[in-house]
Design a protein around this ligand. Structure first.
Ligand SMILES: Cc1cc2nc3c(=O)[nH]c(=O)nc-3n(C[C@H](O)[C@H](O)[C@H](O)COP(=O)(O)OP(=O)(O)OC[C@H]3O[C@@H](n4cnc5c(N)ncnc54)[C@H](O)[C@@H]3O)c2cc1C
Length: 619
């Protein structure tokens, strides 16, 4: 049901063929000078960084014209498909929940489409603390069932996506004076391990104060009473969502990003209609589906209006309570920890974390009611002060200061309201509402539970499909079906890795894409310049960018930088000239694939900088 105007504006968006090569770069090796504004220690304010630009010939050799035809995930084709057929399921929201629902549905043999008004994971799902866990802190509130379920999911996700969800070591410092003695901690973590049952991760142990300070010399020694070390799960949240979506698309799902669901028109007798807006072209579209899943997270209320009739089971008093959590990042050398360090806050007893992440260490999180508009989600100055204060209680370093902070990020927890409870005590469990005919809303939950939430939501949707439309869905297989890239990493020294490839680049690609890195390595073997980092000190290569454009549905530079390249923490790099140089080079490469004009390439860079200032800069 795409309107004429939408097709026309899509044509207008596509640049004329002649202009497609207009952002052709000068060829050969160049060096660039980037200036000032760098907050990273060890960086001079003017710094020369050698860059090897792949020539246009190299880019063409990698993919001859017309390049669009080579896109395995072409947004235009997916947009077109949205209006062409009646889907079994339309999912609104491309975060962890929505993408997991779409993947589960398509793997059950359903015809499914998904839209997100921004990029994949552009809501809360790229702003988490990045743990896949049962949640130690829920032991305090005796939510043992919830913790056990989280630990089961941790085991499942480590099996189906081992390159994305990994065990990492945590160190919990004991401070007997503040009520956290080593024995108390050992008991709590022992209980946590017990709840994991046969899925328990090995390695829990108590350490003396001396052994603790040997492992993490940056810890404040006064009041330290040893520590307990244990293992839990970590994930790159945005990459997990992207790979979930890739898996769904490869199985036949239609997924269109930057498409907003503006209005939902349920029907008593047939499929629901969802009025959509393509936010890149401004065109209006319509899509029809037997069942609509509202997976809009903290924004679910905007679609919920008029579509939810609360059940008699107490759901009437339930509604969304947006709770904001923020993080900040330092260069790794400011806080050079080797494992995740738990940081209990003395003022309110909350547990914060310091997490090593490549060249950076990030700290978080906060928990405050988000009372402002839902389209402005950024860390506030008071939250930065709070995190720095807690970090100062745990670590002994004068460098943990606001001036050293490279970036911040904030997300909104889509918590389900229980009246009169502070947000910290609200359950992270999820709820499923059925409202208007054929509309299912999934609310709450946490990243860890996204696969399970999808399974339960799909069971509800399958019931509706069967009752109302006589359509049967297969059983859920996401409990064992491997993710793309899960067949095993490409190990160091594997013959698939081109001999000339920089080790840091090879490790980054294997670590991020698992077995799928082999495809990127093959491309580099054919055209070696595609394996040269765009900028010294950051392992982003043209080959990785081409992979994102061809296979991961990326259509804007900011989406590449802040979601597809998420493990490299581009939001922290963008505080320095290095990040800006990566952005400029990446725009040129994306442009050559997607037919951008020179002007468009420049606009993408300035839009990305604007997104960085809005969402990630230090308040
Ligand atoms: C600070 C913080 C730290 C956290 N840390 C952890 C953690 O370590 N471990 C853990 O398990 N959980 C964690 N969580 C919870 C977890 O991040 C969230 O539960 C999860 O990401 C929510 O995913 P979602 O898909 O439901 O929502 P979102 O990721 O917000 O996705 C909703 C999507 O809907 C889209 N959307 C909204 N309205 C529309 C519309 N009208 N049309 C189209 N699209 C629309 C949005 O653009 C968005 O992409 C954390 C949360 C926060 C805030």
């Amino acid at each position: 049901m795409r309107t004429k105007s939408s097709a026309a504006s899509l044509r207008a968006e596509r640049p004329p063929k002649a202009s497609r090569t207009s952002c052709a770069p000068p060829s050969g090796r160049i060096s660039c000078t980037v200036s000032s504004g760098c907050r990273q220690p060890g960086w001079s304010s003017r710094r020369r960084c050698a860059r090897v630009r792949p020539t246009m010939t190299a880019l063409k050799k990698a993919a001859p014209e017309p390049r669009r035809a080579l896109l395995a995930w072409d947004r235009e084709h997916h947009l077109q498909a949205l209006g062409e057929r009646v889907f079994d399921l339309l999912v609104v929201g491309g975060g962890a929940t929505g993408c997991s629902v779409a993947r589960d549905a398509v793997l059950r043999g359903l015809d499914v489409c998904l839209v997100d008004r921004g990029d994949l994971a552009s809501g809360t799902s790229s702003r988490s603390t990045r743990f896949i866990h049962g949640g130690l802190r829920y032991l305090k509130t005796f939510e043992f069932g919830f913790v056990r379920e989280g630990l089961q999911e941790r085991a499942t996700l480590m099996t189906v996506a081992p390159h994305l969800v990994r065990p990492v070591e945590f160190l919990f410092p004991a401070r007997p004076g503040a009520g956290t003695s080593r024995w108390k901690l050992r008991f709590g973590i022992g209980l946590y391990d017990l709840l994991a049952g046969r899925n328990r991760l090995p390695g829990t142990r108590s350490l003396s104060t001396t052994a603790t300070l040997t492992l993490e010399p940056g810890l404040r020694a006064e009041g330290l009473g040893g520590s307990v070390v244990y293992r839990d799960g970590a994930v790159d949240d945005a990459r997990f969502v992207v790979e979930t979506a890739v898996s769904a698309v490869e199985a036949g799902a239609v997924i269109a990003v930057h498409v907003e669901a503006e209005r939902l028109v349920p029907s008593e007798s047939g499929p629901a209609v969802v009025m959509l807006k393509d936010r890149l072209s401004g065109a209006s579209l319509g899509a029809r589906a037997a069942v609509v899943i509202n997976a809009c997270g903290a924004w679910a209320g905007t679609l919920l209006q008029d579509t939810v009739t609360p059940s008699k089971t107490g759901a009437a008093s339930s509604r969304l309570r947006p709770s904001r959590g923020s993080h900040l990042a330092f260069p790794r050398e400011i806080l050079p920890i080797s494992r995740v360090v738990v940081m209990p806050s003395r003022s309110d007893g909350r547990l914060l974390f310091a997490v090593p992440a490549g060249d950076f260490t990030y700290l978080g999180t906060t928990e405050v009611d988000h009372t402002g508009p839902l389209n402005v989600v950024r860390a506030e100055s008071g939250e930065v002060n709070y995190i720095l204060r807690v970090a100062g209680e745990v670590f002994d370093s004068p460098l943990l200061a606001r001036e050293q902070v490279l970036c911040t990020w904030a997300g909104i927890r889509p918590l389900v309201e229980r009246p009169h409870q502070p947000t910290g005590q609200l359950s992270r469990d999820f709820r499923i509402f059925q409202g208007a005919p054929g509309v299912v809303t999934v609310l709450g939950g946490k990243f860890t539970s996204c696969r399970r939430m999808a399974e339960v939501t799909l069971d509800v949707a399958a019931g509706i499909l069967s009752r109302r439309f006589g359509r049967r869905a297969d059983a859920c297989i996401t409990g064992w079906k491997l993710f793309p890239g899960a067949e095993g990493p490409v190990p160091d020294g594997d013959p698939a890795i081109p001999a000339s490839l920089d080790t840091a680049v090879a490790r980054h690609l294997s670590g991020t894409y698992g077995s799928r890195a082999a495809g990127i390595f093959r491309r580099i073997a054919q055209t070696p310049s595609l394996g040269t980092p765009l900028v010294a000190g950051c392992p982003v290569t043209p080959a990785e960018i081409i992979h994102a454009v061809e296979r991961e549905g990326v259509v804007r530079l900011a989406d590449l930088l802040f979601r597809r390249l998420h493990p490299l923490m581009m939001e922290a790099r963008m505080a320095s000239p290095q990040g800006k140089a990566v952005a400029e080079e990446a725009s040129r490469i994306m442009g050559s694939w997607l037919g951008w004009t020179e002007e468009r390439c420049a606009r993408e860079v300035s839009d990305s900088l604007e997104e960085w200032r809005r969402d990630f800069s230090v308040p």
